[in-house]
Design a protein around this ligand. Sequence first.
Ligand SMILES: NC(=O)CC[C@H](N)C(=O)O
Length: 203
Amino acid sequence: MIIGVLALQGDTREHLHAVADLDAIGRPVRRPEELDSVDALIIPGGESTTMSKLAVEFGLLEPLQKRIAAGMPAYGSCAGMIMLATTILDGRADQVPFGGIDMTVRRNAFGRQVDSFEGNVDISGIDGGSFHAVFIRAPWVEEVSDSVEVLGRVNDGPSAGRIVAVRQQHLLATAFHPELTGDLRVHRYFVEMVREAGKTTEG
Ligand SMILES: NC(=O)CC[C@H](N)C(=O)O
């Protein structure tokens, strides 16, 4: 099982480390040929407008949209969550997502004065207590369709109740950055999703 990490821009390295810590094989993905060689993809945090622009420049936009639509498991954190959304609010006019999760996300939703904050999030399907979640100019999910499973909301504080973790079949997204806190539970959950998807394809 090879898990690619999109390496156009953002905190690719931290995700590669998380994957390696779980004894899975990680590989940076910059070109369409590299995308062909992976079973799943992590889309890191960073800047979604830049990521979108570079995806077009590197000829990755359409191949990515196609593979995601065809069932390749993908996990997006923060900017990666924005890239997996079907609809973006407060985006740049020419910003194109990869799509896949039937949801509307709002960029930089937690307010511009507070660039980043930390909060607690419980994620359904992941045991071991709340996540200590780090949000950096993070989006939140404003709306989801019936096909999207809401996995987590902010527990407390002024943004309590905001949706920050979702899953739609083979696609997973969090508004926060588990790759920065050394808590590997979200990555482990994703690796498990990839294994399950592999079994279905083989079986
Ligand atoms: N930490 C992040 O990934 C920030 C996301 C960024 N604000 C964006 O719109 O892409």
